[in-house]
Write a protein that binds this ligand. Sequence first.
Ligand code: FAD
Ligand code: UQ1
Length: 427
Amino acid sequence: HHSCKVLVVGGGTGGCSMAAKFADKFKDQVIIVEPNELHYYQPMFTLIGGGIRSFEASKKLMKDTLPKNAKWFQENVMSFEPPQNQVTMSNGDTVQYEIMIIAMGLQLYWEKIPGLIECLKDNMSGVCSIYGSDTVINVFPKIARTKSGTAIFTFPNSPVKCPGAPQKIAYIAEDYFRNIHILYPCQFFPKQKVRNNVKVVYNTALPVIFGVKKYADALWDVCKRRNITVNVQTNLIKIDPAKEEAVFQKLDGSNETFVEKYSLLHVCPPMGPPDVLKKHPSLTNEVGFLSVDPKTLRHTKYSNIYGIGDCISAPNSKTMAAIAAQGKVLYKNIMDDLAGKPMTMAYNGYSSCPLVTGYRKCILAEFDYNLKPLETFPVNQGREYFFTFILKTYVFPLLYWTLMTRGKWDGPEFFRKYSSMIKKKEI
Ligand code: FAD
Ligand code: UQ1
């Protein structure tokens, strides 16, 4: 049975970066519980799906990623006992803590779409997904094989991580079908001029293409210009592998269902909070997310529990960029609290989504809780740029592995303040 000053549940983006911050401060007094052998940089999955980056570049051993001056148990947390300041792990051991940070991420509910799991396992089917570490490598071969028919890209009826990703992969595939792409040193691109034979469709359960109007307008424009059919309030409910048909339900009140034949079907699976969290209603809101104050990120009921990342109830868009901003606030607030001072920092809901729209361009969306743009660079980020594509493809991964996993990247707030001084006021 173990005890520590700071217990971190989950060693993904949020858990690893917070553990690194606290392990620097309180050496050998931090425990991380994380079951996985490998640590993935998930934002690269979209680029792997487009054949732009290699799968190898997206992963590292967990032991080489988590901070060395913290103790790692390669277990699952099976239950929480907040009144006792204790959790129980899958090996039966308990861990006691002074402070606990919960960073368990989102669970993917593949099984909620009948037919999906068997299609994903079948290399010959046209069904694929960038969302799984075990499914992402099949995406590019399946896109490259598509020469005709309908390529359908879906967005589910649930909260998801990186809500832009399901349409980014649509834009990349569409660009690939057109054969407007540059050669990358790491990848050979065979010639593809099949765009005229492939219909490209984006079916989203949401009523909008994107939550922030400025970027939504830009994305509608991209879709119109490139003849991508967008159907809102359209939710994938079932796949029939034998007929290569997908069944969709309209969420416009009519509940009508319809069937669409596909040659390529890219699925973003439904997601939600991890089952373990949902089993502890005293920790969660009605739908199972860890219930935290959206400003301080402290638990609403237990004052020594905090949350970060995709598993928390705060209504920000669930991204790594959001976690960078949350981490700064969380660290400062916990240190204030430990010093007996009131918490002074508030998270403003900052989130960012580099909306890759092809093989050399990207719209870098950045916004806050109010869905107001909060941009870093002194340009109009509602436009497509090559430099933002380079940031997404090469700079952010480097930033992640060298700074963020070591607790040393708090987001671009610093640059934003600087560039807002020179940015022209937008009309
Ligand atoms: P995760 O990193 O998922 O980590 C959760 C960890 O908790 C996991 O390691 C898991 O094993 C562990 N865990 C689960 N249950 C337990 C348990 N019972 N006990 C102990 N540990 C447990 N973000 C961006 O900012 N920009 C992007 O361009 C972008 N693109 C993306 C594209 C794709 C395809 C995907 C999938 C994500 C993308 N993201 C992007 C989102 C980003 O990757 C996530 O928001 C971020 O990684 C979430 O971090 P987290 O720590 O909350 O969860
Ligand atoms: C970011 O900080 C971050 O975390 C490393 C990402 O994750 C991949 C992002 O996608 C983005 C956009 C940011 C924000 C950083 C800048 C410089 C805008």
